[in-house]
Every structure is written in structure tokens, then in C-alpha cells.
Design a protein around this ligand. Structure first.
Ligand SMILES: [Zn+2]
Ligand SMILES: [Zn+2]
Length: 314
């Protein structure tokens, strides 16, 4: 399923089988989870690194010897810039990303640099593993960067938040889930995963929060989240794209509150989270679609028609 023209539907086409270069693996795609970033690329809200492009960066694939690998968003780094040299390969100045600069997993076959493929835990099925590979592991990075506060707000309760809610509850923290106003179904879903409170993003939580992670792409959630933080609290913006953030009074930032973003992942994040996820255990709520229905999966994500994560099965 190929993105030929951003803003237009993906098209089912037959292309030549990819050929692995030196150090690359040819993988048969077993499952590929859908990320909001795929939708941003499809809808022209972020720029594709190449066209035509095969989207998809939460790939569970099998190599020719049968071994199972995960292919995440971080597809390649130069290994030599100041970020790579300081444990921050997620910020590599020449990084290339799966499903943006490199053809990804909305396909039957894919090729990936073996150094960036993640070994997968045996406990989880292909469709349970795929959502871990971006929603889960970048969500986990966001949770770590939110600090170790007890009361954690999650804005936008989709693929990432429904996984990270389980991790935070497992840590003994309290989760406060914020959804679109009136989305009672998603609020109920959040409570079923252990959230102590769920409400609309226009509602104040019963207690001030120590941190808030924003997975939704609405910039107005940043000042809204800041307003419900306790002193010293952090707002983490975990998405790749957000609409403009409206201005807000300095008083809302005062008392050492912080706003920060989270970008991409390091391979270490991947190893850490894939070890943690089966121990929690993180159980993703998955809606599967045949690969040929990738466009429907993206439309359903845009419209909020499923809970949890959409996973494409070739
Ligand atoms: Zn680098
Ligand atoms: Zn993603």
C-alpha cells in the first residue's frame, strides 16, 4: 500500500521485491501497527522523505532463517555526530526513519538495517507485539522523561496512552486520562485499564498532577495541561506534530513547571521497553485490518472509530 501523493489515498500496487544490501535483513511482514505519524504523513501534516513511500514503522517481521524482529521508527543513524556520540541517537542530525525516509511495513516484504532491528520477546503474538514498537516504546520514553511523579495525566487516550497507562499503573502511579469532551466510551476504556479518573480535556482533575503527557496533536492542550500541574510538574509533548500552542500567562509556568517534547527513540529505549512490556504485562487492544484496507484503518484512526491500536495484517 503506497503513498504516491500526500493528501490522497494510499494505493494498492505491485512493486518489485526489495533487495537487502550489505548489513540489511529481508523480512516477511507478519504485522504492522498503524501510528498517528502515518496519518500525519498521509494527510500532509509532516513531510515524506521520499515518494512514492511505503508507510509503517511498527513492523513485526520474519527473516529468512525464521527469526522474528521488530523494525521501529529509527531506521538508520550516522553513528558519528555529537548526538550519536552522547547516547542521544534519537536526535542524530542525519537520522533516517522507517516509513518516512525508508520504505516501511505497509507491505508483504520489507528491508531493514539489521543494527536497528529489535529482537522480540517470545511471549507476545505478532499483533500484540506490533503496537509496542512505536506507541509503546516512544510512550515509554515520554513516561520516563515525565519524571517519577505519582499523578500522571495522559491527554489523548489512543495507542500510546492505553499501553503507557498499564505501565504507569504497574509502577504504582495514579493515571488521570483526558479525552475529547463527551467521549464517554474512551473514558470508560481508560478506567478499565486502571486509570483512577477519566474525563474531558476541558475538565479539571480532582487533584493537581505531577506530570502530563500529551499524545494528541492539539496545541491548545499544552496550556490546558500546564494549568492542572502541581508546582515542579512537567508537560511532555509526545507527538511528532502539533497545532500551534496558544499563548498563556507566565503564572501558569511559574513554580518550576516545565514543558518539553520527546522525539524518536534510541535502540536502548527499544530494548528496555521490550523487556518491560511482557513483565507488566502490556496488553494492547487491537483492531486488525487486512493490508489492502490500510486506507480504512487510517480513516478510522482519524475519526477515532476504534480503541487502542490498528494493526495491518498482510
Ligand atoms: Zn548521528
Ligand atoms: Zn509512530
Amino acid at each position: 500500500m503506497v503513498l504516491e501523493q500526500p493528501g490522497s489515498p494510499l494505493r494498492q500496487v505491485t512493486i518489485n521485491d526489495p533487495t537487502p544490501g550489505p548489513g540489511e535483513l529481508l523480512l516477511q511482514v507478519a504485522a504492522c501497527a498503524v501510528c498517528r505519524t502515518d496519518l500525519h504523513l498521509r494527510d500532509q501534516e509532516i513531510v515524506a522523505g521520499k515518494l512514492p513511500l511505503v508507510l509503517g514503522h511498527q513492523i513485526v517481521g520474519r527473516a529468512e532463517d525464521g527469526a522474528r524482529y521488530g523494525v521501529p521508527w529509527l531506521g538508520w543513524t550516522d553513528g558519528e555526530c555529537r548526538y550519536c556520540h552522547s547516547g542521544r541517537e534519537n536526535l542524530c542530525v542525519n537520522a533516517r526513519f522507517t516509513g518516512r525516509d525508508i520504505d516501511g511495513g505497509y507491505a508483504e516484504l520489507t528491508v531493514a538495517d539489521a543494527r536497528f532491528c529489535l529482537p522480540l520477546p517470545d511471549e507476545l503474538s505478532d499483533e500484540q507485539t506490533a503496537p509496542l514498537l512505536c506507541g509503546g516504546l516512544i510512550g515509554y520514553r515520554a513516561l520516563r522523561l515525565a519524571g517519577d511523579g505519582h499523578r500522571i495525566g495522559l491527554y489523548g487516550f489512543g495507542s500510546a496512552a492505553h499501553q503507557i497507562c498499564q505501565v504507569a499503573v504497574h509502577d504504582g502511579r495514579e493515571v488521570y486520562a483526558f479525552t475529547r469532551a463527551g467521549d464517554l466510551r474512551t473514558q470508560e476504556f481508560a478506567r478499565s485499564l486502571g486509570a483512577v479518573w477519566a474525563g474531558g480535556s476541558d475538565e479539571p482533575p480532582p487533584e493537581p498532577l505531577d506530570a502530563a503527557i500529551i499524545f494528541a496533536s492539539a496545541g491548545e492542550l499544552v496550556p490546558a495541561a500546564l494549568k492542572v500541574l502541581a508546582p515542579g510538574g512537567t508537560v511532555v509533548c509526545a507527538g511528532i506534530h502539533m497545532s500551534d500552542i496558544p499563548s498563556f500567562p507566565y503564572e501558569d509556568l511559574w513554580h518550576e513547571r516545565t514543558i518539553r517534547s520527546v522525539a524518536n527513540l534510541t535502540r536502548q529505549d527499544g530494548h528496555d521497553f521490550l523487556k518491560l512490556a511482557p513483565a507488566v504485562p502490556v496488553r494492547s487492544t487491537v483492531t486488525t485490518y487486512p493490508l489492502a484496507q490500510a486506507e480504512e484503518a487510517l480513516a478510522d484512526l482519524r475519526a477515532g472509530r476504534f480503541q487502542g491500536t490498528a494493526v495491518l495484517i498482510p
